[in-house]
Write a protein that binds this ligand. Structure first.
Ligand code: ZN
Length: 256
């Protein structure tokens, strides 16, 4: 890989959860650049605050399906009732300026300036709305990719997949606690290609309720996966007050 050494903060699937975003930013190590992999809004009670904060953090973005749904770029037929209800609530809540900004987010893949071997997508490199959940889902893009590292979101599952000379496999960071802030380092190898998901900041779905994010050190070629507790009760209470589907709030406690 080329370009000056950068420490890149990777945020994905914040889903209008301001409490979770704030907690991630509070524990994040020093970084040079923020990359946002989409689904800034949808589900949570703070679409404007999270959009404002995301815009300020800047610079590199990919749009997510919930960003499209909330801004009318996608019809809601593909959404379940809870997601569609939240998308309509979000659309009514967003300021005209934030609606316009979200609507103009770019379609993935987006390349990373100065790092031609890195690309950013929301779903899969082949289809922005496709879920890469299993090794089987990951294989087709992995074997056809020309770039060595793709960061993706959409599944809300932290970890990823790789292919190298001897095979292919998936991996998940292994944490030692269930309630504290901690991180797990993952060393990239030059001989492999990777699909890596930093996890969901605001709607984790891998059985761990803590907010998830990652930091990529381009010099050391290390991805640091992070989890951090956040003010869950506040996020939930504001979702109840907003009359969002209650299940969207209660499921945050289980990370499912
Ligand atoms: Zn999402």
């Amino acid at each position: 890989m080329s370009g000056a050494a950068l420490r890149i903060l990777l945020l994905s699937d914040v889903h209008a959860n301001l409490e979770a975003l704030d907690a991630c930013l509070a524990v994040a190590p020093a970084y040079d650049l923020v990359v946002n992999l989409g689904d800034i809004v949808g589900y949570g009670a703070s679409p404007n605050e999270v959009t404002d904060r995301s815009r300020d953090l800047g610079k590199v973005f990919v749009r997510g399906n919930h960003d499209k749904a909330a801004t009318g770029l996608m019809d809601l037929e593909d959404f379940n009732v809870m997601a569609a209800t939240a998308a309509i609530w979000t659309r009514n809540e967003l300021t005209p300026e934030n609606l316009d900004w979200l609507r103009a987010l770019p379609h993935g893949p987006v390349s990373l300036p100065d790092f031609p071997q890195v690309q950013l997508v929301h779903g899969s490199p082949n289809d922005e709305d496709e879920y890469v959940v299993s090794l089987g889902d990951a294989l087709a893009p992995l074997v056809t990719l020309t770039v060595s590292l793709t960061f993706f979101g959409h599944t809300h599952l932290q970890g990823g997949f790789f292919v190298n000379g001897s095979g292919a496999d998936g991996f998940r960071p292994e944490y030692r606690t269930v309630g504290k802030a901690e991180s797990v380092a993952f060393q990239l190898r030059t001989s492999a290609r990777y699909l890596i998901n930093p996890g969901s900041v605001g709607q984790p779905r891998d059985g761990d309720w803590r907010a998830a994010f990652a930091l990529f050190d381009t010099d050391a070629q290390v991805v640091h996966f992070h989890r951090t507790p956040y003010n869950l009760k506040s996020a939930q209470d504001r979702m109840f007050e907003a009359k969002l589907p209650p299940r969207l709030a209660t499921r945050l406690a289980a990370g499912r």
